[in-house]
Design a protein around this ligand. Structure first.
Ligand code: ZN
Length: 464
């Protein structure tokens, strides 16, 4: 370890307790992400126990021109929490207290290091629900979910993380604590400062505590898996279900045929609930509160969709085990790793543009690449598609920019989004200009300059 790093670790240990600070070697014993094989690297990893300690660390780092990378559960997909050997990692892993669940106000007040699943379970004990849900629920932290504005499977009903945050406490780059722990649903008093930090990926401040909106826990759960022969019918089926389910539609997940075949054929564990030869498959879910009426209404909606000729085939979940099996197919995205290197995308575009876009993309990849596979699935109800393009491992580095261009450039004419929910991090920074205008980017730089003039917070992420 060089002398600068040794002094840095000693000073930070002085500032907090010695056990709160890991040096470079100790940091390197940890993986860089839950889906990554490489090790974390940093000059030090600091684990404050309180907002005051976070403030002390940031104040010290600003004064000493040391850059800081805030980290949550390391479940991100865009290299938004990558750190380098001269940087300090700020982990909120010792700030894991659920401070309050208020069933009357239907709010939770939590420290930023609380794991998503822990809040989901705590809310359930009060017959409430925290509706953000995603595959990494057991690792993702609420501070990280807010900093990256996480999405997931039920955005169609409850929105993204942005829509679930009522108040935040944030520490600015100079150590100033901005406490905006608003518990009110309606509070129209000037600039909505919390929204500035939500989705800013740790570049404007470090979120330390949150007030989150809880919802009533649904009491019924109906699901079906259907096959559809044309994209136009998929979009008609979405409107049909949303209109007739009276506000209880909670998920509408679509899989293109190749992805469905992938997750229902060996080596995948999933079995096909419907034959594999239709063009589109939809997992549709409704959550309600009336055990007498809800399942019957859901079946009626499906029956009327069938009578209207929208469906080619359909299976209704008969049990919770069926529901879990349907979700397991949708969530078995790890299958894209078999047999090559996947390049994954989470784009957003108007539903009216999707069919043409996906067909043009397939044609352009066929023209540009010899050996590859394309899988498409996603949260169609939110206009969000996940694309996975698999190329031979040996060609990955060379082909990656070719594939990125093929995916992103056609989004430009209608201002599609290069990131619906994963964020920008380092990975999508070169393509931010496809989704954001010059004036929007200039305003982002102005905000960054105003809040972090020394550029110590997660430098190089989102903006250069
Ligand atoms: Zn997703």
């Amino acid at each position: 370890m060089n002398q600068v790093a040794t002094e840095l670790v000693a000073e930070l240990r002085n500032l907090l307790d010695p056990a709160a600070v890991l040096d470079a070697a100790e940091t390197a014993t940890r993986p860089a992400g839950i889906w990554r094989g490489d090790a974390l690297q940093a000059a030090a990893l600091v684990r404050p126990r309180s907002t005051e300690e976070v403030a002390a660390v940031l104040r010290w780092c600003q004064q000493n021109a040391v850059t800081v990378v805030p980290q949550g559960g390391l479940t991100g997909l865009v290299h938004g929490a990558d750190a380098g050997p001269d940087q300090v990692i700020l982990s909120l892993e010792r700030m894991r207290t659920i401070e309050d669940i208020n069933p009357q106000q239907r709010t939770a007040t939590v420290q930023a290091g609380v794991v998503l699943q822990a809040l989901q379970e705590a809310a359930e004990t009060q017959k409430l629900m925290f509706p953000l849900d995603l595959g990494a629920r057991g690792s993702a932290t609420l501070g990280g979910a807010a900093a990256t504005n996480a999405g997931g499977n039920r955005v169609i009903r409850y929105g993204m993380m942005r829509d679930m945050v009522l108040g935040l406490e944030v520490v600015l780059a100079d150590g100033t604590v901005v406490s905006a722990l608003n518990p009110l649903l309606k509070n129209n008093t000037g600039y909505d400062l919390k929204q500035l930090f939500i989705g800013s990926e740790g570049t404007l401040g470090v979120i330390t505590r949150l007030v989150l909106r809880l919802r009533e826990q649904p009491l019924t759960h109906s699901m079906a898996f259907v096959a559809i022969d044309s994209f136009a019918q998929v979009s008609q089926f979405l409107r049909h279900m949303d209109r007739n389910l009276g506000g209880t539609l909670s998920a509408f997940e679509v899989m293109w045929r190749d992805f469905y075949a992938l997750v229902t054929s060996p080596p995948a564990a999933g079995k096909p609930p419907i034959p594999q030869d239709y063009l589109f498959y939809v997992l549709v879910e409704s959550q309600g509160a009336d055990p007498e009426l809800d399942p019957a209404r859901f079946e009626r909606c499906l029956a009327s969709a069938w009578e209207a000729g929208l469906l080619a085939d359909a299976v209704l979940a008969k049990s919770e085990a069926d529901c879990q099996a349907f979700w397991a197919l949708r969530d078995d995205v790890g299958q894209v790793l078999n047999g090559g290197a996947p390049i994954i995308f989470d784009i957003s575009l108007p539903i009216g543009e999707m069919e043409q876009y996906t067909q043009a993309l397939a044609a352009s990849l066929n023209a540009k690449l010899e050996q590859h596979r394309l899988w498409i699935f996603g949260h169609l109800g939110d206009g969000n598609l996940h694309l996975s393009v698999q190329v031979p491992l040996a060609d990955y580095e060379r082909l990656r920019p070719v594939v990125e261009q093929a995916v992103y450039q056609p989004l430009a004419p209608f201002r599609g989004s290069v990131s619906a929910e994963h964020g920008i991090g380092l990975e999508k920074k070169p393509y931010l200009g496809i989704s954001r205008s010059e004036t929007e980017l200039a305003l982002m730089h102005t905000l960054k300059q105003a809040l972090d003039p020394g550029g110590i917070l997660n430098p190089g992420k989102v903006l250069s």
